[in-house]
Design a protein around this ligand. Sequence first.
Ligand code: SF4
Length: 388
Amino acid sequence: MSPPKNATRAVRIGSRSIGGGHPVAVQSMTATKTQDIDATVAQIQALAEAGAALVRIAVDSRRDVQALRQIRHQTSAPLSVDLQENYRLAEHIAPHVEKIRYNPGHLHHHEPQKSWQSKVRYLMEVARDHDCALRIGVNCGSIAPEQRGRFGPDDASSPMLHSAWEHCEFLDDLGFTRYCVSLKDSDPERVVTMNRRFSARRPDIPLHLGVTEAGLPPEGIVKTRRALMPLLAEGIGDTIRVSLTVPNDRKVWEVQAGQEILADLAAGRLLAETDSQPGGLNIICCPSCSRVENEAFVELAQQVRELTRDVQDPSLTIAVMGCRVNGPGETDDADLGLWCGPRQVHLKRGSHNLGSFAYDQVLVRLREELDRLLASRQRQGSSSPGVE
Ligand code: SF4
């Protein structure tokens, strides 16, 4: 028996719809280079065959758009595109996809003299003219500047929520209702809180659910289940993604993990003992995408987990990010962060840069920093990290 569904409005994406009582759909995203057309088409097909109702691709340049055009000719799978800083690419992308995701926190980068309202109006007109849906995709690592600083440090959810509400109201005022919203955070509890709050105020708007940077399986699957299962059981959520840091040939695991969540809910199996918070450190890693700068990133994330297995302190977070687009910002809140360039890995303590190191040298420096951090915490008595 499926859980009850909130009465969101139906939003058409190509030939299918989300919300409005339609079954919850599982999505995924390619991690191949978009300009590697054969590899990207193969991954789209694999994800679609595994059951992904929509596959998202990163498009950041005119060359990516040219690749997208050829990809479109080779697959009929419903496609969504992830817009980052260059929002003006939308008019070239829209003829080839069913949906465009924009991030309110990235609109200020390009043409900063223009208001976000004029940019969203443009995106709405492009979507309307090309029969596309939109997603307002709000992410904890890239909060819109107009919302930053409006709320206190103990109220991390409000800037994201207000950003989403503001964009919804703006699109509503323009008479455009073919959109959904996502509010993603790397903290599962915050994902639950934010989506509940959003849904209480805007029960009409379909929600796409996910935990950003959930990380390596199995921990990334556990984090996602802890966030999504309570929400879906309450009828909140219309599409889902389980973001996992895995090699390209295992990307279908994202779809399988999403389907398992839905199957468990349909069977009345809510959170199991295996879904309790894993021990060790809290390692957050991005799922990688076309923007990843070196495919050694996935292996690096696995090595970080091995290197830190002896430390039992889930209050301590290490972030591992795959590129310079989101890496610098999305490592700021972690105790220690690594973000990957083509040949160097940048190491941070909080928002402080510690330098860049070769892939085969950064782990030694990371461990030194970790040991220093643990020693400092023990001295302060602020925490009792256990080291086996
Ligand atoms: S951090 Fe970069 S590589 Fe990783 S998912 Fe985000 S945009 Fe893609």
